[in-house]
Design a protein around this ligand. Structure first.
Ligand code: IMP
Ligand code: MG
Length: 182
């Protein structure tokens, strides 16, 4: 199945399951080298990052700690509201830790900027950003992601954790919005 319809929109397959899995494995190996001999504190951002994180950590050999958090900048639709909320769920000491923020996608970069500044204020040893997807042409933030799965054009995508109106997260691939037929 190359196309999926969610509510009023049709999406077409963009990055298949095998490509996602092999890229995630490569990223995990990169992180294993980067955090060698350290116990990084992984902070995945709910909801979107749950599948990426699940696959990533199973390839990591540095014994990471994982603390999911939630912030929100998007409502139910496709536009950023820009209203960020304080991270909910973080109940651990940040000082002197190697923090790795894990995102499903970095779009405008507002969420990452907000989280970076938030974590930096607790004097960690380091803060880096890993994201499965990155839209460099949409980015207007201060901090670029440090570990990127795939750079993609500024188009709306769903699947593998990412939603359209809270649906489509279970898809095994990444699907992009199909342009309407003339
Ligand atoms: P930001 O614009 O970088 O702050 O992105 C914030 C959040 O918007 C991401 O973590 C996603 O949850 C969501 N988002 C951005 N682009 C897309 C997309 O193409 N599909 C689904 N969610 C998206
Ligand atoms: Mg997200």
């Amino acid at each position: 199945m190359e196309d999926v319809t969610i509510k009023d929109k049709t999406f077409t397959l963009y990055i298949g399951e095998n490509d996602l899995q092999s890229r995630i494995r490569a990223l995990a190996h990169h992180l294993n080298d980067f955090y060698r001999e350290k116990i990084p504190l992984l902070v995945p951002v709910l909801n979107g990052a749950f599948l990426f994180t699940a696959d990533l950590i199973r390839e990591m050999n540095t014994g990471p700690e994982v603390h999911f958090i939630r912030v929100s900048s998007y409502g139910n639709e496709m536009n950023s509201s820009g209203n960020l909320k304080v991270p909910i769920g973080l109940e651990t000491e940040i000082r002197d830790r190697h923090v790795l923020i894990i995102e499903d996608i970095v779009d405008s970069g507002l969420t990452c900027d907000y989280l970076m500044d938030y974590f930096l204020s607790f004097h960690p040893a380091s803060v880096k950003i890993a994201t499965l997807l990155y839209k460099p042409l949409s980015h207007k933030g201060k901090y670029k992601p440090d570990f990127v799965g795939f750079e993609i054009p500024p188009e709306f995508v769903v699947g593998f954790g990412l939603d359209y109106a809270q649906l489509g997260r279970e898809l095994k691939g990444i699907y992009r919005l199909k342009p309407p037929k003339e």
